[in-house]
Design a protein around this ligand. Structure first.
Ligand code: SF4
Length: 427
């Protein structure tokens, strides 16, 4: 057992299909030992690099906190990615010699009491498309990876609390996370409705005092508020009919700033440093704040699209897109990749709200792609691409660990705009 059991997502398949997307986009951090291994591999004498040996390893961070990452080509791809889209280290020295980050991707391991729970990053196209063997069939491989990846004291990690870490034990926390997952697993219901139900449940949880309750009382309490949340959302839908409520002005502004975070493109090839880069970022920020005129070029989309075009209906989701989104949220909740250690120490409620906001952000981005293409309806492939792009950032960019982001999240919850955004962008 190695001191922990492994909790696997039950609804996800995956195998690598060698698309090399991960090696082309991600910044790969490596340890000091891995850096030394690469330097010892003798790449400087290697004639594989026809234009001379590039910088294989770069440093990052301050000199008192030196960290390392793999070198990248000018287009942002890893220096070890060859012309056929294969890894040179893998080809020459074998898979086990690759850096751990490369071997683990797209898996992510998070503590859950005596267990380690496994999630997957949907920035990998094979994860989005659910291609490969069931993850549950890969238990032994994942167990070996987990032994390498997780810290020795993983089982000592505190449960994410309702608001902050430490105010719930793991058994109580699990009642809430399982309830969220159960809501998302409801069959024959659009994912947008399930998400609104789960958001309403989270809001009810946010005011709960459960520290005096026995576990039996917590189980009963969770059932009662899940049902109350469902009834409230149903009543709201009957009241408003098919037409979603419009967003508040503040909600529209804050959401545009959030969507910009998910739609950006961070490959090294388009990083601009110095004053020119800052001025460009400032201009983009201003355009998003105003929300008028043309959307600035994002994600290599440079055909003109106006902000107001993205607020028009783009049709309901295809059944396949519904399935992708449902699986996305269930895997993230099952794998606890939305709060606690996996998400900057966020508590259950704040972490779930943040996860729920990924949905309208992905749909905004998908609309941008569709509109730039001169179409007016979302296809499954647009949604798949938007999920890949946005999940690349969720939980992995320091922007989400800033006070400003937590404030934005709190405001959107306070104005009731999180649920409105979910309904608005799913039509
Ligand atoms: S070392 Fe190999 S697997 Fe890792 S990012 Fe580079 S090319 Fe990809």
């Amino acid at each position: 057992m190695d001191g922990f059991g492994l909790q696997l997502p039950t609804i996800q398949n995956w195998d690598c299909h060698s698309c090399s997307d991960c090696c082309s986009r991600h910044i790969v951090e490596i340890t000091t030992e891995e850096r030394q291994t690469i330097l010892d591999q003798g790449w400087s004498d290697d004639d594989e690099f026809t234009e001379g040996t590039p910088i294989l390893v770069r440093d990052q961070g301050s000199f008192w906190n030196r960290r390392w990452r793999l070198g990248q080509r000018p287009d942002g791809a890893c220096v070890f990615l060859d012309e056929q889209g294969l890894c040179r280290i893998h080809a020459k020295f074998g898979e086990p010699t690759k850096p751990l980050a490369c071997r683990v991707y797209p898996y992510a391991f998070h503590p859950q009491g005596k267990q380690v729970t496994v999630s997957l990053r949907f920035s990998c196209p094979s994860v989005v498309e659910n291609r490969g063997r069931p993850v549950t069939d890969q238990r032994e491989t994942l167990k070996a990876m987990a032994r390498e990846s997780v810290p020795a004291n993983v089982t000592a990690a505190l449960a994410p609390g309702i608001k902050t870490a430490g105010d719930l034990d793991w058994i109580t926390f699990r009642q809430f996370s399982m309830a969220l997952e159960k809501i998302l697993a409801t069959e024959d219901m659009p994912v947008a409705v399930k998400l609104r139900h789960a958001c309403r449940f989270a809001t009810m949880v946010s005011t709960a005092r459960v520290d005096q309750l026995s576990i039996e009382q917590v189980v009963e309490f969770v059932e009662i508020i899940a049902e109350a949340a469902r009834c409230e959302v149903e009543a709201d839908r009957e009241r408003t009919g098919e037409e979603p409520e419009p967003l508040t002005r503040v909600g529209r502004l804050l959401f545009r700033m959030l969507a910009a975070q998910y739609a950006r493109n961070d490959s090294l090839s388009n990083w601009q440093t110095g004053w020119r880069g800052r001025i460009r970022l400032l201009k983009v920020g201003l355009r998003f704040a105003l929300g008028r005129g043309r959307v600035p070029p994002l994600q290599d989309i440079d055909r003109p699209v106006r902000f107001d075009r993205l607020e028009e209906p783009f049709g309901s989701l295809t059944p396949e897109a519904e399935e992708m989104f449902t699986r996305y949220f269930r895997v993230k909740i099952q794998g606890l990749q939305f709060c606690g250690r996996a998400f900057f120490g966020f508590g259950l409620v704040e972490g779930f709200r943040s996860l729920a906001l990924v949905f309208p952000s992905m749909l905004w981005l998908a609309r941008l792609m569709v509109a730039a293409d001169g179409r007016d309806r979302l296809e499954t492939s647009d949604v798949a691409r938007a999920i890949e792009v946005a999940d690349h950032y969720h939980g992995y960019t320091p922007q989400f660990n800033r006070h400003q982001y937590r404030w934005q999240l709190g405001m959107l919850a306070h104005t009731g705009d999180i649920e409105r955004l979910i309904a608005w962008y799913s039509r």
